[in-house]
Design a binder for this molecule. Structure first.
Ligand code: SF4
Length: 232
């Protein structure tokens, strides 16, 4: 059983694949926060901007098998809206959350590949990724034990206390990104993005990231362009 908050087709907004069309599959639940505002102050991760609670989003639900979930992703991508198989040719699917590695397993990876997807995952790195993923993006959170120390992209949210980019520079990633924290910490109904485009503190963090990247060229700036553009 896979519990999925939502599945939608959009452009990847962040990191190395920014601007690339992708199906987003958001899994329910995270191991660093319950997702409830009342628990935010005591959570291991306190700056989350994502609603990953429940299965009530667009195309969300409880999927009994990997094949059923992969077919749903294929239908979202093709817009067919019916139980008809049409092979996807290398379209990106981003497995995200919440923490997707609480649920993503090799059968799902096989089923998504069978549909023709290229599979990326966005994880907090506290759970080891299974084999077979095509792109691994790790976003470390301060005070947590990161076990996934290799992959394609390390994307550090800048503005966290108690975490320094320097500590990751020897890890085995192809790309190193700093992304200014969305300091409003809004629970993200995606339609609310227009309200969080401009914020003085985030702008200040962006200036700091720009200065940091110029002084440390291993790092690149990642912006949440989907919020800037107000797209899903
Ligand atoms: S930002 Fe990521 S790790 Fe932190 S609570 Fe949200 S989903 Fe979990």
């Amino acid at each position: 059983m896979y519990q999925v908050k939502e599945i939608f087709y959009t452009l990847q907004g962040e990191g190395a694949h920014s601007g690339r069309p992708a199906v987003f599959m958001r899994f329910s639940g995270c191991n660093l926060w319950t997702g409830r505002e009342v628990d935010r102050g005591t959570a291991q991760c306190q700056f989350c901007d994502t609603d990953f609670v429940g299965v009530d989003g667009e195309n969300g639900g409880k999927y009994k098998t990997a094949e059923e979930l992969a077919l749903k992703a294929q239908l979202v991508a093709t817009g067919l809206g019916k139980e008809k198989s049409e092979k996807i040719d290398g379209l990106l699917i981003v497995l995200t959350g919440g923490e997707p590695l609480l649920q993503v397993d090799e059968p799902l990876i096989e089923a998504l590949h069978a549909q023709g997807f290229e599979i990326a995952i966005e994880t907090n790195g506290t759970i080891k990724a299974p084999d077979g993923l095509d792109w691994i993006c790790v976003s470390p959170k301060a005070g947590t034990e990161i076990v996934q120390r290799s992959g394609n992209e390390l994307k550090l949210v800048y503005g966290q206390d108690g975490i320094d980019p320097v500590q990751f520079e020897d890890w085995a990633f192809d790309h190193f990104y700093l992304q200014p924290m969305d300091t409003l910490r809004v629970s993200s109904k995606r339609s609310d993005y227009s309200q969080i485009n401009i914020h003085d503190e985030t702008d200040s963090l962006t200036d700091q990231v720009i200065a940091y990247c110029k002084a440390h060229p291993k790092w690149k700036l990642s912006l949440q362009t989907h919020k800037i553009l107000n797209i899903a």
